[in-house]
Design a protein around this ligand. Structure first.
Ligand SMILES: *Cc1c(COP(=O)(O)O)cnc(C)c1O
Length: 365
């Protein structure tokens, strides 16, 4: 098969989905997929069996959730226009506003619907300021708890998205207690609470049992249906980006250039200054920098010690290629776009989408 391509492995996806099922059963929480992390609808068939629906960050995602996933459609957006609201209310089960001004502006448009508001509790867990929902001057969610109390008659739920890559259960438990203490009186008047995404409960070693008990306890104490909005933890470890080395240049170190780029195909490594995880080759004693083929000087996947020397034609497979990759890919430098392939549960390999020059041309005019 020609590189480059993203390769989603349904068997690996299933591993996460089974943990999600266990969490749902043991805690009573519902899980909706955060489409902004992963929207590759060719594998929604398997995901739909284990999850309750989708949540979105914008109008098109909400529509995609409705058309391709089905089940519950949660529509959240940091900013709706009136046009957006009229589009989204046709297929959303829940509309979640980011601010009280948006709620008041559109209350008439969404009368009778299941409406919620996002809260910024003023605390969070994140390793990156860029992704910290409670960062200074954050625009994400309502801060004023007294103002929130005044609108409880207009809403049925609150959404708290305050974690990013949080694998620390005791931190989550403490913060959940704090939400209970500070917002419990409001929650008791409502029907549901979403605890957002960013909880790494599908990671090996996570205390899933304790997590479930905590969620159940919270749900019972405040009489709310709890929702989780897992993005990364739904798909973590389920895809690779498969690439070929095109050239090896030397400038103090050997630098292998592959047929993809960070900026266009794995953008978050560039944004967060992280190193891509290599699946193959495996570690050894040959030191290489692996870099992309865009014109950006800092288009670097990482510096590795490998068990074999890379040369033109060598295959390089990057791991963790499902989340925040395909949804962010772009046509920078007019580079050929990686295809999307799926390894189905029965082992068959399917190329579900390939892109060509026509797609590039069609993305501009
Ligand atoms: C980003 C986001 C999620 C998903 O986050 P992950 O870290 O991918 O789990 C869920 N809910 C909201 C509101 C988000 O902004």
């Amino acid at each position: 098969m020609n590189t480059p391509y993203y390769l989603i492995d349904e068997k690996k996806l299933l591993r996460n989905l089974k943990i999600i099922k266990r969490v749902k059963q043991a805690s009573g929480a519902k899980c909706v997929l955060a489409l902004k992390c992963f929207s590759t609808w060719s594998v929604f068939g398997i995901m739909r069996k284990y999850m309750d629906g989708t949540t979105s960050s914008g109008v098109y995602e909400a529509r995609l959730g409705y058309e391709k996933f089905g089940k519950e459609v949660h529509a959240y957006s940091v900013g709706y226009s009136r046009h957006d609201i009229r589009a989204v209310r046709r297929f959303a089960d829940k509309i979640i506003f980011n601010s009280l001004s948006q709620l008041m502006t559109f209350a008439g448009e969404v009368r009778g619907m299941n409406v919620g508001v996002r809260v910024n509790p003023g605390f969070s867990y994140s390793h990156f300021d860029l992704a910290d929902p409670a960062r200074k001057f954050s625009r994400l969610g309502v801060r004023d708890i007294n103002a929130l109390r005044k609108v409880t008659g207009l809403i049925k739920g609150l959404m708290f998205h305050f974690n990013c890559e949080n694998n620390d259960f005791s931190n989550f438990a403490r913060n959940l207690d704090r939400i209970g203490r500070e917002y419990g009186d409001i929650l008791k008047k409502l029907e549901w609470t979403s605890l957002g995404g960013g909880l790494f409960f599908t990671q090996a070693g996570y205390p899933v049992g304790k997590f479930c008990r905590k969620l159940k306890e919270f749900s019972e104490k405040y009489g709310v249906q709890v929702y989780l909005e897992p993005g990364e933890s739904t798909i973590t470890g389920s895809a690779e980006l498969v690439t070929t080395v095109l050239d090896v240049v030397h400038n103090e170190m050997d630098v292998a250039i592959v047929d993809v780029s960070t900026e266009a195909h794995m953008l978050d490594h560039l944004i967060y200054h992280t190193t891509a995880r290599l699946v193959s080759p495996v570690p050894g004693r040959h030191e290489f920098i692996i870099a992309g083929r865009s014109c950006l000087a800092g288009d670097v996947f990482g510096r590795y010690k490998l068990n074999k020397k890379l040369k033109p034609g060598s295959i390089v497979r990057f791991g963790d290629a499902a989340g925040y990759t395909m949804v962010k890919k772009n046509w920078f430098n007019g580079m050929p776009m990686p295809a999307i392939c799926v390894k189905r549960l029965d082992g068959t390999l399917e190329t579900v989408r390939s892109f060509g020059y026509k797609d590039y041309v069609a993305s501009l005019s």
